[in-house]
Design a protein around this ligand. Structure first.
Ligand SMILES: Cc1cc2nc3c(=O)[nH]c(=O)nc-3n(C[C@H](O)[C@H](O)[C@H](O)COP(=O)(O)O)c2cc1C
Ligand code: SF4
Ligand code: SF4
Length: 321
């Protein structure tokens, strides 16, 4: 069979699974092409294949914004088969359904969707700090999940129905978060004084939202929250700032209160709606102001949220995979 694997990976989990999938399928005689998607447009002509795999991480119960952009901008393929694999930390939320919906929109017949659980890469969560033993266990389980998914090529099970109630809840959380992350997350990053000015963070950002100014990285709007910049920093000099988040939250509260009071004449429904606008806008302004101030501060340990070295995959592990 001729197979293509399209994937995006922030911290390396999905990349590892995609590389393993390629190796496993090649070992049984399939011809497998691998495409890493880092905000590159699809080629005009996508290769003719028997089945295309889409392996993507889950961010905030859904697809990363750049993955949505990628799929919605690919050429229409009529009647091609697709298998979607969510590589996540345990809860896919809307991701599988949403991906199937988007892929169908491009003409794909989605023949199977699956989930592979990997270590959680969401930096602010304690859960992302697992020890070596737990990490190895998860990777072994992920291998089994991958094998099961690849076995479907031989005997296709019927598509499993997902819980519609959970899907709706996840969608309610996902879409505002997606918007919020894109507009504010970048402002909450800081580079510490240990930065060696190498520019790897800027080179590896899938959205190109990091610019090097006077040797230091500066984040702007458009971040998808993948933590690739953190992962690729050779000296672990990037972290999230409590101050950035704090200023954002303060701005959000002020925005909520101010908009709620100001638009009260519009009636309860519109005033309620405007409060949410105020919250998002306030967060944006708060985090933005913080970022401008932080450019003039020595970014030492006091400014950051954690000092964890969060390497999901070692370089050696990547080479071995
Ligand atoms: C911003 C962000 C949000 C995340 N949200 C979820 C989530 O909603 N559900 C989940 O199961 N895992 C979540 N994760 C964990 C990732 O899906 C998981 O660690 C994945 O394997 C990361 O793949 P990658 O290293 O290829 O980017 C999140 C990770 C990040 C960075
Ligand atoms: S700034 Fe960092 S977290 Fe945001 S999109 Fe770029 S690499 Fe990913
Ligand atoms: S990758 Fe790390 S060391 Fe290099 S410029 Fe970015 S923050 Fe500084």
């Amino acid at each position: 069979m001729k197979i293509a694997i399209y994937y995006f990976s922030g911290c390396g989990n999905t990349e590892l699974m995609a590389l393993k999938a390629q190796k496993k399928m090649q070992s049984i005689g399939h011809d497998v092409l691998l495409f890493q998607n880092i905000e590159r447009p699809f080629p005009e002509e996508i290769p003719q294949t028997d089945v295309d795999f889409f392996m993507m991480p889950v961010y905030f119960f859904g697809l990363p914004a750049n993955v949505v952009h990628y799929i919605t901008h690919m050429p229409i393929v009529a009647g091609r088969k697709a298998i979607f694999i969510a590589v996540d930390g345990g809860w896919s939320g809307t991701a599988r359904r949403y991906a199937s919906f988007l892929l169908r929109g491009r003409g794909y017949e989605v023949i199977h969707t699956a989930q592979i659980i990997m270590p959680d890469t969401f930096l602010p969560l304690k859960k992302s700090q697992i020890d070596e033993k737990a990490r190895k266990e998860l990777l072994n389980q992920a291998d089994e999940q991958l094998q099961k998914t690849l076995d479907v090529l031989n005997h296709l099970p019927p598509l499993k129905k997902e819980n519609i109630f959970l899907f709706i809840i996840a969608a309610i959380v996902y879409f505002p978060l997606l918007y919020w992350i894109r507009h504010t997350m970048g402002f909450c990053f800081v580079s510490k004084s240990t930065c060696i000015h190498c520019g790897r963070c800027a080179q590896n950002c899938p959205k190109g939202v990091i610019q090097m100014k006077e040797g230091r990285p500066h984040w702007s709007v458009g971040c998808v929250g993948c933590f690739r910049c953190v992962q690729f920093c050779p000296v672990s000099a990037i972290d999230l700032s409590w101050y950035g988040l704090g200023m954002g939250i303060l701005g959000g509260i002020l925005g909520w209160a101010f908009f709620g009071a100001f638009f009260v004449y519009l009636g309860p429904f519109m005033a309620g709606l405007m409060k949410w606008v105020g919250l998002f806008l306030g967060f944006y302004v708060g985090a933005f102001i913080y970022q401008k101030i932080s450019l003039h501060l020595p970014t030492d340990k006091a400014l950051v949220m954690s000092h964890r070295k969060r390497i999901v995959l070692s370089d050696e592990e990547k080479r071995l995979s």
